[in-house]
Design a protein around this ligand. Structure first.
Ligand code: HGY
Ligand code: MN
Ligand code: MN
Length: 412
């Protein structure tokens, strides 16, 4: 029996279309939360939502919702789809955008098929999922889920000294809807895997059962600036060298632990940042992740005790600021089974898996049954302009989303 399918061409075209928005003169794609380039992306998305005949609501943290509801089903809690359209720096075009645009595509397909869902269906684009400009990441969905007061989120300072609230107002997306007022019956997020598993196993669909815990810290190490040529090694209080020790410690500690933990120092800067001056200060971030909460805590504790050793041995001082801390999340088994059943019915090779990346689904899982569908990432690459997923896999993932939406929304 032929299964209803989404309009693959329309979906692929919209992904390319949105992917062209926010490129600089070198062709690099960057749409940081609440930036001018993200505003262009938001405006394009809102135009598409309106053209699809959806009601558009913007909440106070700038989350965008496209709402498809009828008189008959308006009293029911909505089925929510979605993801994010903000990006990292020099990003690919699929991370987040694929889930938002596939959610819209599913709604458009259902409308064209004359489907009448028993409950409203909403597609969301959450603010600041990436957390590159404002920490923590998944900020818009965290506020939506009640995990952070909207006032605190709006007052968050970015890496550029702006506040999220002032920037949302400046780009015209400081909405009025109270965050969380659109409480979902369930939430399903379609996303690229951003890792190597599905491709390595020649699978098309990942039914995501859980998502690993995340710990973000900003560490400032203060030493003593001195002359690079005249200062003997034993007399240095070198903040740069102390920072380098942190990276080596994390890699060696995880290697010895045999755990699936990961550690990343993604940003680092020195002061005074001069070739012939021993750094007086190093400011850097540490991103730690593990699917197991106890192991993640143990890794955080191991880092804290190593920082004490480095402080003593290098004659520096260390201050730590916590930027984000999210425990591992388990998704709804019932929805995971629906994802698996759809893949099997469609003859798509599939497996259950853990998400290595953070996603809005981990926040919405706090207030409603939630799960995720993954499709393969070529070479496991993401957060990189080489990010790519084959068109057939993109369409297959959206068709699985279509099946799951029809089952959860109910109707005829
Ligand atoms: O950090 C993450 O995992 C996500 O891309 N925000
Ligand atoms: Mn994402
Ligand atoms: Mn991302």
């Amino acid at each position: 029996m032929l299964h209803p399918s989404i309009n693959g061409e329309r979906l692929l075209a919209s992904i390319q279309d949105l992917g062209a928005i926010g490129r600089d003169d070198r062709g690099q794609l960057t749409r940081l939360a609440a930036s001018d380039t993200e505003k262009q992306g938001r405006d394009r998305l809102v135009g598409w939502l309106e053209a699809a005949g959806l009601d558009v609501a913007i909440d106070r943290i700038g989350n965008i919702f496209g709402i498809w509801q009828s008189q008959e089903n308006a009293g029911q809690l909505p089925l929510m789809l979605g993801s994010h359209i903000d990006t990292v720096i020099n990003a690919g075009i699929y991370d987040g955008c694929y889930g938002v645009l596939a959610g819209l595509e599913v709604i458009e397909t259902l409308k064209e098929q004359g489907f009448e869902p028993a409950r409203p269906i909403v597609v969301a684009a959450f603010t600041n999922e990436e957390g590159v400009r404002y920490a923590p990441d998944m900020l818009g969905s965290l506020v939506h889920a009640g995990g952070l007061a909207v006032e605190a989120a709006l007052a968050t300072f970015g890496t550029d000294g702006t506040t999220l609230g002032s920037e949302l107002a400046r780009i015209g997306y400081a909405g009025t809807v109270e965050p969380g007022s659109l409480k979902p019956h369930a939430y399903v997020e379609l996303h690229i895997e951003q890792g190597p598993v599905l491709e390595r196993e020649a699978m098309t669909i990942g039914a995501v059962e859980n998502l690993q815990g995340i710990s973000w810290q900003r560490i400032t190490i203060d030493g003593v600036a001195n002359h690079a040529g005249t200062t003997p090694m034993a007399m240095r209080c070198d903040a740069g060298l102390a920072a380098a020790r942190v990276g080596l410690f994390l890699r060696d500690h995880i290697a010895r632990s045999n755990a699936p933990s990961v550690a990343t120092i993604g940003t680092m800067r020195f002061e005074p940042d001069a070739i012939n001056v021993i750094p007086s200060r190093a400011i850097f971030t540490v991103d730690l992740r593990d699917p197991d909460e106890d192991r993640l805590q143990a890794l955080e504790n191991a880092l804290a005790s190593e920082l004490r050793v480095i402080t003593a041995e290098e004659g520096v001082t260390v201050t730590v600021e916590r930027l984000a801390r999210f425990e591992p999340v388990t998704f709804d088994p019932g929805i995971v089974e629906m994802i698996e059943a759809s893949a099997i019915t469609r003859g798509l090779k599939n497996r259950r898996m853990t998400s290595g990346a953070g996603h809005d689904a981990q926040m919405i899982a706090r207030i409603a049954p939630a799960a995720m569908i993954f499709v393969p990432s070529r070479d496991g690459i993401s957060h990189n302009p080489r990010e790519h997923t084959d068109p057939t896999d993109l369409v297959a993932g959206a068709n699985v989303l279509l099946d799951v939406v029809r089952r959860i929304a109910g109707g005829r």
